[in-house]
Design a protein around this ligand. Structure first.
Ligand code: PLP
Length: 392
């Protein structure tokens, strides 16, 4: 199976060799360890000979998922991890050294910020946050000690677009590892390696599963960087369960068709909200009101499945709105078949100080929609009636 196969075909046809049962669908290998034919084979496997030994090191199901994710991102190599946060933390802890400096964006996932602010300083690793759209500040944040630049685009939760071509060349010129959390776009919409990323991080829990069932994560990129991350996971234990890998590999088979519908529904909702008199501002990468619209349409083939908006009336109105929804689920997850509404200021990003929330553009009236696969008319009707019901 080579590079010339299309995305959908790779997502469906990348699979393990059949066993003697000649199964069509991939089997699940629930085994913690693998046996050796001889004493010599056991010794050779422990010396690094290719083969499965123990499921913290590798398992056919996790190997299959890692291979598929690597191909879909156009990367050299990849591994999978127990969750998205295992992938994020591993990328820092396996690749950074005491004294190093990291540059990140003011708009990133709350738990990633927690690691940068609370865990890395214990190792004397410092961080500078930059406003996503301020290209001059990215350049001036670089120091002799900068070892990694870590971003999300689109970012969580305000869906900011960051210019990967610009940041990729800044990193290349300064010998900095450029790492992109590609959770919101998925490789179907955007492949950061094409824009200069050295490492791509995933929470597979979101669109890759797509049905809100299992946790998982992944790291793909340059062989030498992935090898260090693999060694770290193998020793420290945040290995993905074979069952979750089996679910996620099946899920990737339908990623393209799911994302097409998520994006079509989200774009329709974004246009609806943009024109609504009770909505102050709508955030969606492929709306022309996005300050980096030109970059967004170059980087992403479609605008993604998430839409943000600022409802008039602030925090109180936002709470009333959520309570008035009848179909949307109130939960912190995203990327599910079911449409989800979230109030980041009081949930996912509530640990940030008010000042940090505002500098990440998370205003009290900000709402995030993970637009699902229900019929778009039902999605919009639910949101429209809740806007009306919550009117003071
Ligand atoms: C959810 C999320 C993560 C963390 O993933 P888990 O699988 O929940 O550990 C990391 N980055 C982004 C952008 C996310 O949305």
């Amino acid at each position: 199976m080579g590079h010339h196969l299309h995305f959908e075909t790779q997502a469906i046809r990348t699979q393990l060799e059949q066993t003697q049962q000649k199964e069509h669908s991939n089997p699940l290998f629930l085994t913690s360890s693998f046996t050796f034919e001889t004493a010599e084979e056991g010794a050779a496997l422990f010396q690094g000979q290719a083969g499965n030994l123990y499921s913290r090191f590798s398992n056919p199901n996790t190997t299959e998922l890692a291979k598929k994710l690597t191909l879909l991102e156009g990367a050299e190599d990849g591994i999978v991890t127990a969750s998205g946060m295992a992938a994020v933390s591993t990328s820092f802890l396996a690749l950074l050294n005491p004294g190093d400096h990291v540059i990140s964006s003011k708009s990133i996932f709350g738990n990633s910020k927690y690691i940068l602010d609370t865990i890395l300083p214990k190792m004397n690793i410092s961080v500078t946050y930059v406003s996503p759209h301020d290209n001059l500040s990215w350049e001036s944040a670089v120091t002799q000690k900068t070892a990694m630049l870590f971003i999300e685009t689109p970012s969580n939760p305000t869906l900011s677009t960051l210019d990967m071509t610009f940041l990729g060349s800044l990193c290349k010129a300064n010998d900095i590892i450029f790492s992109v959390d590609n959770c919101f776009a998925t490789p179907y919409l955007q492949q950061p390696i094409k824009f200069g990323a050295d490492l791509v991080i995933h929470s597979a829990t979101k669109y890759i599963d797509g049905q809100g069932r299992v946790l998982g994560g992944g790291i793909v990129g340059h062989t030498d960087l992935v090898a260090k991350c693999y060694e770290y996971i193998r020793r420290t234990g945040a290995a993905l369960s074979p069952f979750n890998a089996w679910v996620l590999s099946k899920s990737l088979e339908t990623l393209a068709v799911r994302m097409d519908r998520h994006c079509a529904n989200a774009a329709t909702l974004a246009n609806f909200l943009q024109d609504h008199s009770e909505i102050e501002h709508t955030y969606y990468p492929h709306l022309e009101s996005n300050p980096l619209y030109e970059v967004a349409i170059t980087q992403m083939s479609q605008g993604g499945g998430l839409v943000g908006c600022q409802i008039k009336g602030g925090k109180e109105r936002a709470a009333k709105f959520l309570n008035a929804l009848s179909m949307h689920t109130l939960t912190a997850n995203l990327g599910d078949t079911r449409s989800i509404a979230t109030h980041p200021a009081s949930t996912t990003h509530s640990k940030l100080s008010e000042a940090d929330q505002l500098s990440a553009e998370i205003t009290p009236g900000f709402l995030r929609f993970s637009v699902g696969l229900e019929h778009i008319e039902d999605i919009i009707r639910d949101i429209d009636q809740a806007i009306l019901m919550s009117k003071p």
